[in-house]
Design a protein around this ligand. Sequence first.
Ligand code: ADP
Length: 315
Amino acid sequence: MDQTVRAGHDGADTVIAVDDLRMTYGTVEVLRGVSFAARRGEVIALLGPNGAGKTTTIEILEGFRLRSAGAVSVLGVDPANGTEDWRARLGIVLQSWRDHGRWRVRDLLAHFGEYYAPFASPQQKRPRDADELIAMVGLAEHAGKKIATLSGGQRRRLDVAIGLIGRPDLLFLDEPTTGFDPAARTGFHEVVQRLAGEESTTILLTTHDLAEAEKLASRILILAGGRIVADGSAAELSRRVSGQTEVRWTRAGEAFRHATPDATRFVRDLFAEHGDAIADLEVRRATLEDTYLTIVRQHDEGGEAAAVDAFEGAA
Ligand code: ADP
């Protein structure tokens, strides 16, 4: 457990550094050499099929689970030896706090907030002001209500607030928007963008909503077969995997579509040839969902070596 993390992953801005992480349950090796790093202010989505090991990875980073092998550094500390003041810099959004039903929203947040007060610094005021936070997550009208009376989506927003009350440097979000209606989801996305942008909070999230991952994450990691098989922005992964962009248009009422590696040039030529006759133009690169499914399928078909080769080969 005392291995040092490989140089190059360990810059001043590095918040998470994972090198050759392995985890075995019984005889089953679930993580087989996971390596990645996260810098300050990055929003990273960790994706992968059910059972891929996302929760295991996150629990190791949070210090809740002891790894079998490999080097891990979170905020400069090995989570296996994380102290209380290290833990106070993490925010963790877990499942709903169902057993706190009789507490009122503001009281519960203020109560949790007290834990963080000793860990305040001149740079980081801790805890966050409960009412400001309640407004930030869109619960202002419900601040005085008992938790048992909140809707599922409102409870989930409270979960997010609990993860934020200590003004964490690093925030773990596990399926954060499950049960959110579209307005709450948009509100939550604004909160994430504001935290990462204005406060340089580093955020690691898991989600099955690939449109959400594409919208929020500056980087996508795909975990499959116990390894990271893709690491890049949604646009990079899309370019590397498919290399094709679909262009759609209509001309004289007839619909056309064409897949091309260079949509800009294709559209320029299209207009040069047909000018004003072109209507309803759409340029659509592969969505993260398309890309994700391709990568996971390649992985399932050819083993991880083929998936990694395809990914790196196209890079
Ligand atoms: P994910 O979050 O990607 O769905 P998990 O990390 O929860 O994946 O699980 C990865 C694999 O490890 C699964 O096959 C799961 O059954 C197994 N697993 C998880 N936790 C334990 C445990 N405590 N003991 C034994 N096997 C486990």
